[in-house]
Design a protein around this ligand. Structure first.
Ligand code: SF4
Ligand code: SF4
Length: 157
């Protein structure tokens, strides 16, 4: 099973992911994208936010209509069941669900059916669609780097 890996240190804020995500609607418009890059220009930091397809999705837990499910690692909103109550929007830690202009229901990333366009067109390698083992290895490295940074900064104070 593959997963979308986000390497925040590599994002340049170019917005290619937002454009290509929105193209599924027939329009290149970042306002219609399910991936959103938070741009902190002063610090030179660009942070792509996208659904993590959580193992225990809080969006699914709060949906009173059973419209959200996770199958084969992909969290989806069933459009026929969604009533647009927006409870899921309020609890998602990544702000990953959207109620697009003129739509009654909520929508979200479904990994483009296994070929996520954001990763395909990310020029910096910040977004990669990789096998679970590669994903887990990368996450372990990130965690180890964070633990190391914290330990060394505590020692030097
Ligand atoms: S929409 Fe939010 S809570 Fe639901 S699976 Fe994606 S990241 Fe998790
Ligand atoms: S395409 Fe890649 S580098 Fe460009 S904004 Fe998106 S994540 Fe960042």
């Amino acid at each position: 099973m593959k997963k979308l890996l986000v390497d925040y240190s590599k994002c340049t804020g170019c917005g290619s992911c937002e454009m290509h995500c929105s193209s599924r609607s027939g329009e290149f418009n970042p306002l219609l994208s399910f991936i959103n890059v938070v741009r902190r220009e002063k610090e030179g930091a660009f942070i792509p936010l996208v659904c993590a397809h959580c193992e225990e999705p809080v969006c699914q837990a709060v949906c009173p209509y059973g419209a959200i499910s996770r199958v084969d690692g992909i969290v989806r909103v069933e459009q026929q069941k969604c009533r647009g109550c927006r409870l899921c929007l309020q609890v998602c830690p990544f702000g990953a669900l959207r109620q697009l202009p003129g739509q009654k229901t909520v929508q979200k990333c479904d990994l483009c059916g296994g070929d996520p366009q954001c990763a395909r067109y990310c020029p910096s390698g910040s977004l990669q669609y990789v096998e679970e083992e590669v994903y887990n290895r990368s996450r372990r490295r990130e965690l180890a780097a964070r633990v190391w940074d914290e330990a060394t900064s505590e020692r030097s104070t």
